[in-house]
Ligand binder design. Structure first.
Ligand SMILES: Nc1ncnc2c1ncn2[C@@H]1O[C@H](COP(=O)(O)OP(=O)(O)OP(=O)(O)O)[C@@H](O)[C@H]1O
Length: 229
């Protein structure tokens, strides 16, 4: 039995009350999660349940009040800001609801960005980016500025950008939330295909119960914990 790629252990996250009058909030209590290579776990839950906040903890974009996150043998929760940035660049592919591409840069340049950020030689980065654009079905669009592409195409580019570094872990936060039904279906199929092909450990946050049901497991975030949906 292979050990899980991702382990979240007894996570707690509490926001303290603020002097502005904002009340405190206990978002997670004793929340645990394990995801293995080749497994896609869907996380569903009401708006405000904490789905995005959980992905932020898993990706070292935020720290829990207590508990640990491990990715392989890296204790994610123990990383300082610089180490966390390196960890995200190396080990995580993150797909957001909004693509966050740089509109003035070409699709190729956007996909190459994470490789260039880790000082991969320019030519090598561009070759890898072109391969990944091909894999998401946009081989012919590499020299178009990302702002000239449709919403579905932009999300495909952002998937290529997330995976160009060949991470072990894929975190996707409502990746189809901004798309019409047919485009959402195509983008989900693409993500699922790449997940399987690369044997990723994947966590998909979605409000789409049809997509969730196609994942290996569906967990519902309720009252600060993950429960079987
Ligand atoms: N820095 C913060 N301080 C206080 N509360 C916060 C902070 N960040 C998030 N929250 C609160 O945590 C809760 C969970 O937010 P989150 O965006 O994770 O929910 P979600 O399940 O992803 O919602 P949606 O489905 O609408 O995207 C919300 O009530 C939000 O206001």
């Amino acid at each position: 039995m292979t050990s899980p790629v991702l382990r979240a252990l007894a996570l707690e996250k509490t926001y303290a009350p603020l002097s502005t009058g904002a009340t405190g909030l206990q978002l997670f209590r004793d929340l645990s999660l394990e995801v293995s290579a080749g497994e896609m776990v869907a996380i569903v839950g009401e708006s405000g349940a904490g789905k995005s906040s959980l992905l932020h903890l898993l990706a070292a974009l935020d720290k829990p009040t207590s508990g640990q996150v491990w990715c392989g043998d890296i204790e994610v929760t123990g990383l300082n800001a610089k180490e966390a940035a390196g960890f995200r660049n190396r080990d995580i592919g993150y797909v957001w609801q909004f693509h966050y591409l740089l509109p003035e840069f070409t699709a190729l340049e956007n996909v190459a960005m994470p490789l260039l950020a880790r000082a991969t030689p320019h030519k090598q980065a561009m070759t890898q980016a072109a391969l990944w654009l091909d894999r998401v079905g946009l081989g012919g669009r590499g020299h178009h500025r990302s702002g000239e592409l449709s919403g579905g195409e932009q999300q495909r580019v952002s998937i290529a950008r997330a995976l160009v570094t060949q991470p072990k872990l894929l975190l996707a936060d409502e990746p189809t939330g901004d798309l019409d039904n047919a485009t959402a279906q195509r983008v989900f199929d693409l993500l699922m295909g790449l997940h399987r092909e690369h044997l990723l450990a994947s966590v998909l946050v979605t409000h789409n119960l049809d997509f969730a049901s196609r994942c290996d497991r569906v967990l519902r975030l309720r009252e600060g914990r993950l429960v079987q949906a």
